[in-house]
Design a protein around this ligand. Structure first.
Ligand code: TXA
Ligand code: MG
Length: 345
């Protein structure tokens, strides 16, 4: 199959909408990462999303809408969700709702809840409006690869597998949406993202829990609150190790770890904050962004992880951020890329 990459305009958007109506897949930009969209009400279309990504069938998809008037068809809205939707939609917040009969089990992997979000990216909104459909869309990467934040990342993974990619440039947030569970007791963040725990708490006025697996691996006998947390994810082919501790100790240890790998014939590099580039000149440093801006690090992280593969890295050592605000989402993705391997300096 030929995969077209098109700049979004009236013609490409109407082509995209008619492909979706025909049960085909379209990759499109959102403010978080690119999504691989299918008509959420068409079982076969949804099944082809799993096939294109190589995604395990038990990992449910997020349904995207452009108007809250679409909700009653898809789910029951709990009261607590209302102030959150008022504050953070459209935007990078996904909320779980009890699903309606209409939502196929293929979307929710058999769960009774459906994850829904209203993206803010103008191209995503236009596509949803023109098609008039609820669109089920996981990130548009092959399963296990870092999520795509540019159309060329999508092309790397999906060339030949889907008919169309809408190229809307780089994604502003760069990490996937926050997934919030309001259906099972105390509100719980299943996946941290663009809307931080602090922002959610300021609206709900109660403590929000973090799923156990956000900053550590799932124990072998532990049930995943979100099926996606079970899988190896965001991982480049290189082995990634996080280095934490006092900044001066980290900056002293990184060159030693790097040199040890080089001495053993490995291709190695360091992921560091822009401020530390001059200090790590001899360690093939790759900048993650400024330490003062977790938002910048978030925006650049997945590109940086893909770059490691392109350069054929074997071993990568990375600085870490405090797990607060956007730093929590960054550390969740970096932690999983590193299979939670951490060295304390
Ligand atoms: O920012 C985003 O959320 C992007 C863009 C395209 O919108 N989408 C995205 O989708 O990241 P995906 O499929 O890569 O991640 C969806 C996550 C998975 O971890 C999945 O397990 C979880 O949401 N999820 C979906 N439905 C769920 C449900 N009913 N219960 C628990 N977790 C759910
Ligand atoms: Mg994904």
């Amino acid at each position: 199959m030929e995969t077209k990459v098109m700049i979004p305009d009236q013609a490409s958007l109407s082509l995209a909408a008619s492909l979706l109506k025909d049960g085909r897949l379209v990759a499109f930009p959102t403010e978080t990462v690119y999504g691989l969209g299918a008509n959420a009400l068409d079982r076969n279309a949804v099944l082809s999303v799993f096939a294109a990504k190589g995604r395990p069938a038990d990992n449910p998809l997020i349904v995207h809408i452009y108007d809250r008037a679409q909700l009653p068809d898809l789910c029951t809205v709990q009261e607590k969700a209302v102030p959150l939707m008022d504050s953070f939609w459209p935007g990078p917040l996904t909320i779980l709702f009890e699903k309606s009969e209409k939502v196929p089990d293929e979307v929710t992997a058999g769960l009774s809840t459906v994850a829904i979000r209203m993206p803010s990216h103008p191209v995503a909104i236009d596509l949803l409006k023109v098609s008039g459909l609820p669109v089920a869309a996981p990130s548009a990467n092959s399963s296990g690869r870092p999520s795509p934040t540019t159309a060329s990342h999508v092309f790397e993974d999906m060339n030949g597998k889907i008919p169309l990619i809408l190229d809307g440039g780089s994604c502003e947030v760069g990490l996937e949406s926050t997934v919030l569970d309001l259906c099972h007791g105390q509100p719980t963040i299943l996946r941290p993202g663009g809307i931080t725990k602090e922002m959610l708490e300021s609206v709900l006025h109660e403590n929000i829990m973090l799923a156990g697996s956000v900053l550590r691996p799932l124990a072998p006998d532990e049930k995943a609150l979100s099926p996606g947390m079970r899988y190896k994810h965001y991982a480049p082919r290189a082995s990634v190790t996080l280095v934490d501790g006092a900044e001066s100790d980290v900056l002293a240890l990184l060159p030693r770890l790097y040199e040890h790998e080089i001495a053993h014939g490995q291709k190695a590099c360091v992921l560091c904050f822009t401020e530390h580039l001059p200090l790590l000149q001899n360690c093939d440093p790759h900048a993650l962004g400024s330490k003062a801006s977790p938002e910048e690090v978030a925006r650049r992280l997945f590109s940086a992880l893909r770059m490691l593969d392109e350069e054929g890295m074997d071993s990568v050592f990375s600085e870490v951020l405090p797990p607060e605000g956007m730093g929590l989402a960054v550390m969740n993705r970096l932690g999983r890329a590193a299979a939670f391997r951490i060295v304390h300096a």
